[in-house]
Write a protein that binds this ligand. Structure first.
Ligand SMILES: Nc1ncnc2c1ncn2[C@@H]1O[C@H](COP(=O)(O)OP(=O)(O)OP(=O)(O)O)[C@@H](O)[C@H]1O
Ligand SMILES: [Mg+2]
Length: 232
């Protein structure tokens, strides 16, 4: 079976008038289908840069990025946006819900963008996903009327909109209190149990230890890799 994520010798150099900065240095990383992977490392170690390589939000300076059989590093922005919508669910630290849309409308949006789910099924599917994250009663609220944990659960439902095989979350619990963080993390765990592949960036060692494998980045390099037994 091919790797779901396959980074080959990825280097990312940011260039600015102030000079060059090597954010990722020769990173090679494979993630299998169904794996639950944590990426840890100090602030500035390159975690978000790594995530941006995998989602195609940014391109490597050198190396190859293959995700779900596609060579992401060769794709242009328009093509990438459609590919991303169908293949990767992304969850951010600050939720990034559209403030003028209700919870259910936020979840429907990626379905409208990708067009894979038939129009007549989108609202029902969105309600099903909100039910999955325990938010049925809040479906018609605007994000501002929801707590941080509830907003993040909407964001997870939105990430699942087009049923992507892969979920990428960049510090999804970084802005939540520890109890809420635990609940949100448990949702990712449940998704892994259902067969999704999940890559999570976290500062929280205790949460990281609940995944299958921890990758540590130091100054843009993979310095350590620890395999854990899944505790489910
Ligand atoms: N667009 C950019 N231009 C120049 N340098 C950048 C850019 N984006 C990130 N960097 C630098 O690259 C390094 C890695 O940044 P990155 O955001 O990947 O770190 P991180 O591990 O996600 O940190 P944090 O834990 O604070 O989110 C940092 O030193 C950062 O300043
Ligand atoms: Mg970051």
């Amino acid at each position: 079976m091919a790797h779901l994520i396959d980074l080959r010798h990825v280097t990312k150099i940011y260039r600015s008038p102030a000079g060059e900065f090597v954010a990722l240095r020769d990173v090679t990383l494979q993630v299998e289908e169904g794996e639950f992977l944590a990426v840890v490392g100090k602030s500035g170690s390159g975690k978000s840069t790594l995530v941006n390589m995998i989602t195609g939000i940014d391109h490597p300076t050198e190396g190859e990025v293959w995700v779900n059989g596609q060579a992401i590093h060769t794709m242009k922005e328009g093509e990438l946006a459609r590919w991303r919508g169908a293949n990767v669910g992304i969850v951010f630290q600050f939720f990034q819900l559209l403030p003028t849309l209700t919870a259910v409308e936020n979840v429907i949006l990626p379905m409208d963008f990708v067009g894979r789910i038939p129009r007549g099924e989108r609202r029902e599917r969105a309600m099903h996903l909100l039910d999955l994250v325990g938010l049925t009663e809040h479906a018609n609220k605007l994000p501002a009327a929801l707590s941080g944990g509830q907003q993040q659960r909407v964001a997870i439902a939105r990430a699942l909109a087009n049923d992507p095989p892969l979920l990428i979350a960049d510090e999804p619990t970084g802005n939540l209190d520890s109890k809420t963080a635990d609940e949100v993390f448990s949702l990712f765990q449940a998704l892994v149990e259902e067969g999704k592949t999940v890559l999570i960036v976290t500062h929280d060692q205790d949460l990281a230890r609940r995944t299958h494998r921890i990758i540590t980045l130091v100054d843009g390099e993979v310095r350590d890799e620890e395999r854990l037994t899944s505790n489910d």
